[in-house]
Design a protein around this ligand. Structure first.
Ligand code: UGA
Length: 336
């Protein structure tokens, strides 16, 4: 089986490629503008890397896609600060560039495995977000935070429409706050262009204050990257007919935690591990102060994972302590 991963150097891309290459069951081709996360894979016989920009190398990308069996388009910016500060970048990269890939998959009748997002549910009021029943609740247009959610939602709908007319085979997965090594670089986190855990870790390592947006009572279900990659492997190697048109929430409802508790917990783990104690403080900021007026928060986010449990026989294995410990170890190691 030939698998084509776009955005292979990214957080999910590099971890997935590493697992697939090691399994020896498939051939992996990948494109990205960077390769710092996959240097070690370049010498493997079943791995092919092409340093290409999705906006400039359409013909080369079409050629690789044509020869592949499964296409996994992971190119995207997934950090809320950028949704607010540069929504058109999200539109061009996350939406337009992926739409072109989806159209190519339809042209060549390929199987696509597409990353949607937990963010499509937005401010949904359901206790557990359900792929088939939950309503998507997004804020007004003057809150560009929702451009990512909205872009992914439309791509999900386009993929399902192509699947209905039998131009493609598809499976959509929705990561719920995946964490782990290489989540974001510390440089990105320092600019505020990370996700909450990488921003907290970066600030702890520099003894800077941790900021709780709106007091930190909002919660997220943190999911360890290895569990996410287990789910992706199951999707890739399942009978494509059986999970054609399916959508899977991939998250860990048992790892649900408020951002306030996450801040205390990660400081506690850091202080246990490190011989230097963290010297900063936990302080509160309003969402406007932290992100600007284009932001609106999501109060809670719990996935229903019964579809993945039933159809993929998948459940997450890593509890919160384990997931945070392994993520912090990676950054401590990198910071030395
Ligand atoms: C994330 C991102 O949009 C994507 O990575 C992804 O698609 C999706 O959700 C997911 O991974 O499931 P969100 O969870 O809101 O969205 O983003 P984070 O930056 O991780 O923030 C989590 C919460 O912490 C938010 O309520 C945010 O306001 C808060 N936060 C963030 C703080 O309190 N302090 C900070 O320093 C940073």
């Amino acid at each position: 089986m030939k698998i084509f991963i776009l955005g292979i150097n990214g957080f999910i891309g590099n971890a997935l490629a590493r697992r697939l290459v090691a399994s020896q069951k498939v051939e992996v081709s990948g494109v990205d503008i960077n390769s710092y996360n996959i240097e070690d894979l370049k010498k493997k016989k079943n791995f092919f890397f092409y340093k290409l920009d999705v906006f400039k190398a359409q013909n080369k990308i079409e050629n690789i896609l044509k020869k592949s069996d499964v296409v996994i388009p992971l190119v995207a910016i997934a950090t809320p600060n950028v949704y607010v500060k540069d929504p058109l970048r999200i539109f061009r990269l996350d939406f337009e560039s992926n739409l072109e890939i989806i159209k190519l998959c339809a042209k060549y009748r390929k199987r696509i495995i597409f990353p949607s997002t937990s963010e499509v549910y937005g401010m949904c009021n359901d206790k557990y977000f359900d792929e088939k029943k939950s309503k998507f609740i997004l804020g007004p247009i003057n809150k560009p935070r929702w451009i990512y959610s909205c872009s992914k939602q439309l791509l999900d709908r386009v993929i399902l429409a192509f699947t209905e007319q039998k131009s493609i085979k598809s499976t959509i997965f929705r990561p719920f706050n995946w964490i782990g090594p290489k989540l974001d670089s510390l440089k990105e986190a320092q600019l505020g262009n990370g996700r909450v855990l990488s921003i907290f870790i970066n600030n702890i390592l520099r003894n800077k204050n941790l900021h709780l947006v709106n007091g930190g009572n909002q919660s997220r279900s943190l999911t360890y990257i290895d569990d996410g990659i287990d789910a992706l492997e199951k999707i890739i190697f399942s009978d494509s007919k059986k999970i054609n048109g399916e959508i899977f929430n991939i998250g860990n409802p048992k790892n649900n935690i408020s951002i306030k508790d996450l801040a205390s917990k990660i400081i506690y783990i850091y202080n246990l591990k490190s011989n230097k104690k963290y010297k900063g403080k936990i302080v509160t900021k309003t969402e406007k102060e932290f992100y600007g007026s284009g932001y609106q928060d999501i109060e809670f986010r719990l996935p229903s994972i019964s579809n993945a449990k039933n159809k993929l026989k998948w459940s997450p294995k890593n509890n919160l302590n384990n997931s945070l410990n392994k993520t912090l170890d990676y950054y401590l190691d990198k910071n030395d």
